[in-house]
Design a protein around this ligand. Structure first.
Ligand code: ADP
Length: 270
């Protein structure tokens, strides 16, 4: 049976998070070429689902309408439409570049089928996605808005979608590619003394949680702490699944990770 891998291209990697609505087109093209090369190398041996963050497209609009706080005013539902539009706009850009690289990518708009309840993803429709995967296509999901049964509106992150997909499809590995080398003791962009944590497992989880939970560099999906926590709990629930957080900004890393050469970079969570 071929290996199933879920690969996230982080918003920090594919957009300039300091400028609204600014894609890193050259980075997306390079990443597409790396993915294509790995798919060609492994032929029938790799099934891939891609997810991507919304980066500077989603976060500015989601902050304006405070979408993660739910329906808090007359503009909240309009905000849902606006955030959905920017997320879909970035997705179109990514999809066109993936298709241009000859990757048989097909997008599944999460807001069309996701249902949340107080920030928990309760349901995500996967029938068509699974059928596409079975037929050799590469399904693509992305950070999007969602209806929330309690709050009215919310944001569903790629990590939450991956959590749901992983529990259903049982992938061997989850790869999260971002703009930093992995999980550090503190935010490496703010603290030059931050140290890379190479492995996160039950032996050091309490320590990691204490150090990350204290330095919340929050974006609308909770930043690095939420990402690590989601992945730790997922891998704990589903051994021998592994998750890896690493830099996709270094040329060749995404391809190496897809090929399984992951020993010497990033943070491994299991
Ligand atoms: P993405 O958009 O790629 O999913 P985020 O922007 O949500 O990722 O999170 C990645 C960012 O988190 C990094 O650019 C880094 O500046 C920040 N960060 C905060 N704390 C840490 C930490 N302890 N280790 C690594 N990165 C951290």
């Amino acid at each position: 049976m071929s290996e199933l891998v879920l690969l996230k291209l982080g918003g920090s990697l594919i957009t300039d998070k300091t400028q609204p609505n600014t894609p890193h087109l050259e980075a997306i093209k390079r990443l597409a070429a790396e993915i294509k090369s790995a798919l060609d190398d492994r032929r029938d041996d790799l099934r891939l689902i891609i997810g991507h963050g919304s980066g500077s497209f989603g976060h500015a609009v989601a902050s304006k309408y405070k979408t993660t706080q739910g329906v808090i005013g007359p503009e909240s539902w309009y905000g849902l439409a606006q955030v959905s539009a920017v997320a879909a706009r970035l997705n179109r850009i990514v999809m066109d570049i993936l298709l241009e690289a000859d990757i048989p990518a097909i997008a599944f708009q999460p807001s069309a089928s996701a249902r949340m309840r107080q920030g928990q993803l309760m349901y995500f429709e996967t029938h068509s996605l699974k059928t596409a995967l079975e037929h050799g296509l590469v399904p693509v999901v992305y950070g999007d808005v969602s209806v929330d049964a309690v709050q009215g509106v919310n944001i569903v992150s790629t990590e939450k979608l991956f959590d749901s997909l992983a529990r259903e499809l049982n992938p061997e590995r989850i790869l999260l590619a971002g703009d930093v080398d992995g999980v550090y003791t503190t935010d490496p962009k703010l603290d030059s003394a931050a140290e890379l944590i190479e492995d996160i497992d039950s032996t050091n989880w309490i320590e990691v949680e204490t150090s990350l939970g204290g330095s919340l560099a929050a974006d609308v999906t909770g930043g690095m702490y939420a990402k690590v926590k989601d992945m730790y709990h997922l891998t704990l629930a589903m051994p021998p699944m592994q998750a890896m957080i690493f830099s996709g900004a270094d040329s060749g890393n995404v391809e190496s990770a897809l090929l399984g050469r992951t020993a010497d970079f990033g943070t491994l969570i299991n």
